[in-house]
Design a protein. Structure first.
Length: 228
């Protein structure tokens, strides 16, 4: 099964599961949305990589109602949910594509490139290469915002992340079958990277003011800006 197939299979419950499965869901997306730059006298252009059902873009649209959005994902059924979410909105574009190799034509740059819970599926070398590609897609003064998973630095910390997550989703009433499906996807597709490595790759790509501005156990909001 491809990763696109695996996440297509979650289409009926993906958004609800994210609200349960992510520690600090509201703070994660609230913080990330706060960091999207307002651009005086113009609608902002936003590229959402691994957009899925359009959840991150939907939060951005709530803050910036005139934003222009480009949603990219390899899972076509998840993007179908996004099409329903933004039905009738001709300022939203969709691309069923692998963002590791996507070639936007004509060549474009964006005020913000964003991603959520997607890039951790890549191997480390692919993450670093993607960050370099994203740097070229961000306008001078623009930002790259990544809500993503973080690998614990020691076995004890990784165990802490794991046991706390299990306890929390069970307290939230998540069915054991849903938990088991999530565990299988994580074991099969997740390639979490250390916090320090992710910050370093962003800096090496050319970004400035790089930081993890919010962290809740194994998820964080990564902020980076392209200099003018």
């Amino acid at each position: 099964m491809t990763i696109g197939d695996a996440f297509n299979a979650t289409v009926d419950y993906y958004d609800d599961w994210m609200r349960i499965a992510l520690p600090g869901y509201a703070d994660l997306f609230g913080t990330a949305t706060d960091l999207v730059p307002a651009v005086a006298e113009k609608a902002i252009d936003v590229l959402d990589l691994g957009a899925g059902t359009g959840l991150f873009s939907w939060h951005i649209r709530g803050r910036f109602p005139h934003s222009r959005l480009v949603l990219v994902d390899i899972a076509d059924r998840l993007l179908d949910v996004a099409r329903v979410r933004f039905a009738g909105d001709d300022s939203v574009e969709y691309s069923i594509a692998d963002y590791r190799t996507i070639d936007l034509q004509p060549a474009r740059q964006f005020d913000a490139v964003v991603s959520s819970l997607s890039i951790h599926h890549l191997e480390d070398e692919e993450k670093a290469a993607l960050f370099r590609r994203v740097f070229d897609l961000v306008r001078p003064g623009g930002v790259f915002l990544n809500v993503d998973q973080i690998r614990g630095g020691t076995a004890a910390v990784r165990d802490l992340y794991w046991t706390s997550w299990l306890a929390r989703v069970r307290r939230a009433g998540a069915p054991e079958a849903r938990i088991a499906e999530s565990i299988e996807r994580r074991q099969t597709y997740d390639r979490d990277a250390l916090l320090a490595d992710q910050l370093r790759w962003l800096q090496e790509a050319g970004f400035v003011d790089v930081d993890c501005v919010y962290k809740n156990y194994f998820v964080g909001v990564f902020y980076s800006r392209k200099g003018r």
